[in-house]
Design a protein around this ligand. Structure first.
Ligand SMILES: [Zn+2]
Length: 427
């Protein structure tokens, strides 16, 4: 359009000079200035970049992926381009979800599915991502507008719905199952679900959907006072689900909406939300591209800059039937998992056996491994963050209780033996 307008200005200029009657010139100049103004407006419009067919590692200024592809050259990621095969569902496009969506878009994720029913408000402007001119738009529409401008290569699908309603949940489930993006994909149609919602009811809905579909998901949350947050990895059957250890409000069956006080709103900071979104997407990238370690749970206390971590096993008495089904499947699949782990170990090459430190062993001293075969790692993995205690004894404490009781049994046996000897002597 800019080229056409420039041509029009040139035509007007040449026509003006060849006019036989100079009295028309002023009118011509007026038209020419109008066209020049339109041309300026067109020039100021944002220019969308065209789609990129293949991710290139070429280091040139106009390559949007050169810095990401450098992760391969640096040896962090084996194959970064795989990111284009992955689909991520983000539930809740608020302070955390919108920033997570932008990060994944900038990283060149293959496909993003966005779910929210809310509208952008000026009260959201203390957070990142949304702009004041988007106030009144649905969060999904506004997100689509911004994200498609940032990276047109990402396939964006938006769902303006509430997943806690019957219809909303059904649409949510069918959208997760849809495999049109990658028909050969195993399991559901998405690789990971990110929960970025601000209430327990919606978390329970995500939990239900993911347990039913055996879909791995990550949960995130920021506290109402805006100074702490967390992320958590949930693999149905393998780790605790959201219903395995529910928060007190959920376990007591209280409607959380009744807890909200009139005129009092939750605090929020762009900093805490940005940190949580960053941790969430960092772990998402590690999960998808297979580098580093994915945190099972990572907390963030901004007042002390404290990052507690822990692991939660599934609860065999979980109230969620789909969770119990997944737990059963996980136990049944143990031999297959063990065989795969063994094969992987063998494929990595034989272990180099360490020779004895001293060739001669005059006194036949042998060193016994002091690691217990069972629960050798329980001590370190059960270590609790500062200020927390176990309600029940840990496995180590339980074993100590048993061994403390053991001598009493020995005395009983000795008494019995003494009685038997006395009976023999008296006979
Ligand atoms: Zn559960």
């Amino acid at each position: 359009m800019e080229i056409e307008l420039n041509d029009l200005i040139t035509d007007l200029q040449s026509l003006n000079q060849s006019l036989p009657d100079p009295s028309f010139r002023d009118a011509f100049l007026k038209i020419q200035s109008h066209v020049e103004h339109i041309a300026d407006l067109v020039r100021s419009q944002p220019v969308r970049r065209t789609k990129v067919k293949d991710m290139s590692a070429e280091v040139v200024d106009n390559n949007p992926y050169s810095r990401l592809m450098a992760l391969q050259r640096m040896g962090i990621v084996e194959n970064y381009e795989r990111i284009r095969d992955f689909s991520i569902a983000i539930v809740g496009i608020g302070g955390v979800g919108s920033v997570a969506a932008e990060m994944l878009t900038r990283c060149g994720i293959g496909r993003l599915l966005l779910y929210d029913y809310d509208k952008v408000e000026l009260a959201n402007m203390n957070r990142l991502f949304f702009r004041p001119d988007q106030a009144g738009m649905t969060k999904t529409d506004a997100a689509l507008q911004t994200l498609s401008d940032i990276n047109p290569d990402v396939v964006l699908e938006s769902f303006t719905l509430n997943i806690t309603t019957v219809d909303g949940f059904e649409t949510f489930m069918s959208s997760l199952k849809n495999k049109s993006f990658r028909p050969d994909k195993q399991g559901s149609g998405v690789d990971l679900v990110l929960s970025c919602v601000d209430n327990y009811e919606a978390r329970m809905a995500v939990n239900q959907a993911c347990n039913e579909l055996s879909q791995t998901w990550m949960e995130s949350g920021v506290s109402e006072d805006a100074v702490s947050g967390h992320i958590q990895l949930l693999i149905p059957g393998e780790t605790a689900c959201f219903a395995c250890a529910p928060p007190l409000v959920v376990a007591s069956g209280i409607d959380e909406r009744t807890l909200k006080r009139e005129g009092v709103c939750a605090a929020s900071l762009p900093t805490t939300m940005g940190v949580i979104a960053g941790l969430l997407v960092q772990n998402t990238l590690k999960f998808l591209l297979g580098f580093g370690q994915v945190s099972p749970y990572l907390g963030y206390n901004s007042l002390k800059d404290f990052f507690p971590t822990m692991q939660m096993k599934p609860n065999p008495q979980c109230s969620n039937a789909a969770c119990l089904k997944r737990q059963g499947e996980y136990i049944l699949a143990k031999p297959t998992r063990d065989a795969a782990a063994k094969a992987k170990l063998e494929a990595e090459g034989p272990l180099i056996e360490e020779g004895p430190l001293h060739d001669d062993n005059e006194w036949n001293i042998s060193v016994v491994d002091d690691c217990e075969p069972d629960g050798a790692n329980t001590k370190s993995s059960d270590a609790l963050p500062e200020g927390l205690t176990h309600e029940l004894p840990t496995a180590d404490e339980f074993q100590n209780l048993v061994t403390r009781e053991a001598p009493r049994n020995d005395n009983d046996d000795l008494d019995e033996l003494r009685k038997q000897l006395e009976a023999i002597n008296s006979a």
